[in-house]
Design a protein around this ligand. Structure first.
Ligand SMILES: Nc1nc2c(ncn2[C@@H]2O[C@H](COP(=O)(O)OP(=O)(O)OP(=O)(O)O)[C@@H](O)[C@H]2O)c(=O)[nH]1
Ligand SMILES: [Mg+2]
Length: 313
């Protein structure tokens, strides 16, 4: 049995792999193209088609070229005769490049900023993560730092009720930094371990948004000098190359520490996260595979790429 077969077999039984496969099934419309590609033997045509498929999947030209070059070195060392071996080779090369960060370091108190442009899924992701962390035994609180719209506060309130996690909020239009400062102080005093902070994706303009974010980071440091411990950028799978400029803007204000890929259950594959990883060295932390509370998973590259290939479970 080839490596791919082994991966397939061990993954087959896991619930998590099933969630990936079901979630990504919509985006595997091109999986027949991937299948056809790996059926061909390794030659220039193979590499050219692989590059094209990776570019179509939004990985960007530089990333696609660089992976192809690594893969050609790999195949020189590990000649492969079957389609399974070739798929496994590609996955292995990807695994060497994109080292996973599975969990946050153990901390008594951690502040997580959820950032991203409007509509990408920040608030939903906070709701899902509040639930996930709670099931891991953490004492979780959420802060409604997006004070720009009343709807944003209401939406987070609904998630807080659904998950049974306390929320710190003020009325719409309040200064987001003061909400965050007060919320974090209370969270620390009351022994909350993980604080998820929602931020606005839209303000009057980009400069204003960045200034506000910078202020939020500074007030968080007043409560804990290491805060915000995690600075996660949410990327919508349909984003495409625009994701690079989004990452650049947010990374400039506060060095990003993780990416969250949302809406991977749609028709887009979301390969832009690899291009962002390459440029900004930001690991992919979670993947959103639907709108429901349990539709989030720590990012697992192998399961994700198997989803691209349309491997059925
Ligand atoms: N299918 C799917 N939908 C998602 C996912 N994550 C979020 N959504 C949906 O995307 C829409 C926007 O999500 P929000 O959480 O409101 O996004 P946001 O970034 O907080 O948006 P703003 O507050 O307007 O900046 C909602 O309809 C969510 O249900 C996902 O992983 N899969
Ligand atoms: Mg929101």
């Amino acid at each position: 049995m080839g490596l791919f077969g082994r991966i397939f077999k061990t993954k087959k039984a896991t619930e998590k792999a099933r969630k990936y496969a079901i979630g990504l099934s919509k985006s595997s419309t091109t999986s027949t193209a991937w299948d056809a590609l790996f059926l061909t033997s390794i030659n220039d045509d193979f590499y050219r088609q692989l590059e094209e498929l990776m570019i179509i999947s939004d990985m960007g030209v530089n990333t696609a070229l660089s992976i192809t070059s690594e893969l050609s070195h790999y195949f020189k060392k590990h000649p492969s005769s079957t389609s399974e071996e070739r798929k496994a080779g590609w996955i292995e090369v990807m695994q060497k490049r994109y080292i996973p960060v599975k969990e946050n370091p153990a901390r008594d108190f951690e502040v997580i900023f959820m950032m991203g442009v409007n509509g990408v899924g920040k608030t939903t992701t906070i709701g899902k993560l509040a639930h996930l962390y709670q099931t891991m035994g953490k004492k979780v609180m959420v802060i409604a730092g997006d004070t720009f719209r009343a709807g944003a506060i209401e939406q987070l309130t609904i998630w807080a009720e659904r998950t049974g996690v306390p929320i710190f909020k003020k009325e719409a239009g309040s200064d987001p930094s003061s909400v965050i400062f007060e919320g974090l102080k209370i969270a620390k005093e009351q022994g909350f371990q993980t604080v998820l902070v929602d931020t606005a994706g839209r303000l009057q303009n980009k400069t204003h948004l960045m200034q506000e974010l910078d202020k939020m980071v500074r007030v968080a440091k007043k409560v804990d000098e290491n805060a915000p411990h995690e600075r996660w950028l949410v990327i919508d799978a349909t984003t495409g190359q625009n994701g690079l400029s989004q990452a650049k803007v947010f990374d400039e204000v506060t060095k990003l520490s993780g990416l969250i890929l949302t809406k991977a259950d749609g028709t887009a594959k979301g390969g832009i996260v690899f291009a962002i990883y390459d440029l900004f060295k930001v690991p992919i932390r979670y993947i959103g595979l639907g709108e429901k509370i349990e539709d989030i998973e720590p990012f697992d590259l192998e399961n994700y790429l198997m989803g691209w290939l349309g491997a059925s479970f």
